[in-house]
Structure formats: structure tokens, C-alpha cells
Design a protein around this ligand. Structure first.
Ligand SMILES: [Ca+2]
Length: 249
């Protein structure tokens, strides 16, 4: 009988502990949610956004500003825009500046100014950061899906082709080299792939090079021309399941 009582007591204690832990977790979650949804956060994002916009306008009006500075500001603005939920629908390009104007992705870098400020045809917008011959190397931040689990990857851009009748995309041929450190050896695999670069969102999409149907999304909108984020994505659902931060070699 004593044993039963002890085990009953243990059950009660366990239940109590679970209840306390659940309540604590819920209150932490609620607090985080409240912090995130707060008006303060929104006001801060708005203020930041306004600051960036006026900086960009000021920079544009100054003679002798460098393309690098302008691109960094544009990228910052785009990232903040994405973070704050985006002011343009998916598939559209934000012209930037003080007036919020959106143009279709397919009008970016087609040789005709569609933004009032001409941002869709700026040299900074229409320069492909991943030129032919460029090499990008990096390590995983997380990897929940590759079979190989590489410790390092290198993306080599073999060629870029811009077709006259479809100048808004760059046709890309690339090779992904994956390295994994084994017990006694260094294993390297080399995977050729093809894809395209989109000037409007600064994303390069690469076809799955293997049977596992894992494609790649390379995000060059990092605010820094020397860095890119390589996401591995399941082709069918588009779910991103691995991230490598790449640096230009
Ligand atoms: Ca255009």
C-alpha cells in the first residue's frame, strides 16, 4: 500500500511540475508575442524606414556618391521592407525613395525606366553580383536535409547569359562543390547545376543537381556585395531546410 501511495504522490508531483512548466512557457511566449506585436516595435521600424529613405534621397542628390553606398542603402531598405511585411506585393519591385512605388519584377532591368526615380534601371540594380568566374565559399548555419551534410560548400559561377529578348533574368550555369571531413579523409563532391538570377529581388534560383530534389536559392540581398545566403530548399514544397553563409573568394 505504501508503494502505491509513493507512486501516486510522484504522479501528482510530476503533473504539478508539468503544469508549472507549461504555464511558465506560455507566459514567456505571451510576453514575446506582446513585445513583437507592440506599437513600439512598429513605430521604431517606421522611424528607421523613414531615416533610410531620407538618407537614400540625400545620397542620390549628392554628386559623386559611390554605387556601393547606394546599393548598400537600397539593400538595407529592401531588407527592412521585407522585415516589416513588405510594402509591395510579392513579384513586385520597390522603387525606393520617399514615394512608395511598386513596379512588376519583369520591368526591372528591361532598359525602360518604369520607376519615377528610375531605380528599376539603376546600374546598382542591374549589376549581377555573381559574375562569371566568381567563387563563393561558406559553412552551414543549419542543415536539416542534405544527405551529405557538408562542412563547407563552394559555389562557382561558370557562365552568365542575358538573352536580348528576356534581359530581366540572367541564365546561370554553376557548380556546387561540397566538402565533408570524414574519419580519415576529406570527401569532395562536385555538382553541376543551372538556374537564373533575378535583378528585382537579387535572388538566384538553382535547379536540384541531385535525385534528392533539393534546389538552391542564393540571396544576394545581404547589404554587402561580398556575402550571400545559400538556402537549400525542397523543390516540391519550397521549404527551406538548410542555410550556408557564403563569402566571395
Ligand atoms: Ca524597367
Amino acid at each position: 500500500h505504501r508503494l502505491t501511495t509513493q507512486s501516486e504522490m510522484r504522479t501528482v508531483w510530476l503533473l504539478l511540475a508539468v503544469a508549472v512548466a507549461t504555464t511558465a512557457a506560455a507566459s514567456v511566449r505571451d510576453k514575446r508575442q506582446a513585445d513583437f506585436d507592440g506599437d513600439e516595435f512598429e513605430t521604431r521600424a517606421d522611424r528607421l524606414s523613414a531615416q533610410i529613405l531620407s538618407m537614400e534621397d540625400e545620397l542620390e542628390s549628392k554628386v559623386g556618391n559611390t554605387d556601393d553606398d547606394l546599393r548598400r542603402l537600397q539593400s538595407l531598405e529592401h531588407r527592412l521592407d521585407k522585415f516589416a511585411g513588405g510594402t509591395c506585393p510579392v513579384g513586385e519591385f520597390q522603387c525606393g525613395g520617399l514615394s512608395i512605388q511598386c513596379v512588376d519584377d519583369l520591368e526591372v532591368c528591361d532598359g525602360i525606366e518604369d520607376c519615377d526615380n528610375g531605380a528599376d534601371e539603376y546600374t546598382t540594380t542591374c549589376t549581377n553580383p555573381a559574375g562569371a568566374g566568381s567563387r563563393w565559399t561558406g559553412a552551414p548555419i543549419y542543415d536539416e536535409c542534405t544527405n551529405f551534410r557538408p562542412t563547407e560548400v563552394t559555389l562557382v559561377i561558370n557562365s552568365n547569359t542575358r538573352l536580348d529578348w528576356f534581359p530581366v533574368r540572367v541564365q546561370v550555369k554553376a557548380t556546387l562543390m561540397e566538402r565533408a571531413v570524414g574519419k580519415d579523409s576529406n570527401i569532395i563532391v562536385s555538382l553541376p547545376t543551372v538556374g537564373n538570377y533575378n535583378y528585382a529581388n537579387r535572388l538566384m534560383l538553382l535547379d536540384p543537381p541531385e535525385k534528392d530534389r533539393l534546389g538552391m536559392v542564393v540571396d544576394f540581398d545581404t547589404g554587402n556585395d561580398e556575402t550571400a545566403y545559400l538556402y537549400i530548399a525542397k523543390e516540391a514544397q519550397g521549404t527551406r531546410c538548410a542555410l550556408f553563409v557564403l563569402y566571395r573568394e
